[in-house]
Design a binder for this molecule. Sequence first.
Ligand code: NAD
Ligand code: TDX
Length: 331
Amino acid sequence: MRLLVTGAAGFIGSNFVHQTVRERPEVQVTVLDALTYAGSEASLAPSRAAITFVEGDVTDAELVDRLVADADVVVHFAAESHNDNSLSNPWPFVQTNIVGTFTLLEAVRRHGTRYHHISTDEVYGDLELDDPRKFTPETPYNPSSPYSATKASSDLLVRAWVRSFGVQATISNCSNNYGPYQHVEKFIPRQITNLIDGIRPKLYGQGLNVRDWIHVEDHNSAVWTIIDKGRIGETYLIGADGEKNNREVVELILELSGLDSDAFDLVSDRPGHDMRYAIDSSKLRTELGWAPRYSNFEDGLAATIDWYRANEAWWRPQKDATEAKYAQIGR
Ligand code: NAD
Ligand code: TDX
């Protein structure tokens, strides 16, 4: 299989490539990544000798066409992915997430290539804390932020290209990922690396917002399950029943770091901050037989903390610029 993976110099895509090189050595992997502030070739280093890396933009139609022509399967991770950035400057989100997906869809349409689209649970909006429901594939789209609105737009393009042009596509919407190689702008790595720097963790608002955490390796094993066995045109929700509020996560990071669990600060809230995400992944589990392997969040988090301690050279170059951006928005 010749596999084109977009956005694999980022967090989830780089882990996907490492898992693929490790577990499926017969797959020929080509990565397309623009190396934005969020991408780093260093994230691909462990697999670098086994893959082809192309630096380029998913909105570059000629380049995309050439790469798709040589692929059997495309997995599209590339995106602008951070909600806070989408509030400060939405344009790159429209360009990469919507126009980039359009560009890939036109190429896979021309070449009849199997396409898997990586998306997020945020397209469904949010749930109240006491709502017994979780998101299902039937939940209506109701995105809140510029980021989630552009991801929702890209999902709808995929659905339309399946129905109107017969494109061979599947979609997955996953909950919040954690694990190695996640940019220090994101919640968990930000707090871990702040603590390494002697800065107290920062919780938005009251810290009561709930995210449904999944280890990145479980997200990626689910993506492979969908590539192997998913039904064309279908949407699969990926989640591992990992609901926790942000305060609980910070308390755990503090405890695992040997510090008092109340040594955090509350900072101003994110505008439009989604209250709660929760995934019902029963379709993926029942129809395709997938199950997560990282069932213990505390163990996964401890391993993630160890990874950031051992890999300061990987994250240090991003840290100051990231915190400078947060300082500008008072968070
Ligand atoms: P990330 O920001 O860590 O990585 C994104 C990668 O895409 C980077 O390497 C960047 O250089 C690349 N990129 C950005 N714009 C590009 C462009 N125009 N052309 C080519 N490459 C470009 O993101 P992530 O957290 O790894 O997320 C990957 C995908 O998974 C995204 O589609 C995101 O919406 C989705 N997702 C993320 C999460 C999460 O918790 N992080 C959860 C569900 C879904
Ligand atoms: O310093 C912080 N303090 C804080 O309380 C940061 C950076 C975040 N938060 C809160 C906001 C959220 O409730 O933590 C939660 C997680 O924040 P993010 O890491 O920014 O993730 P989120 O906005 O939930 O979106 C993530 O999950 C879905 C990814 O960034 C998206 O790409 C994915 O689609």
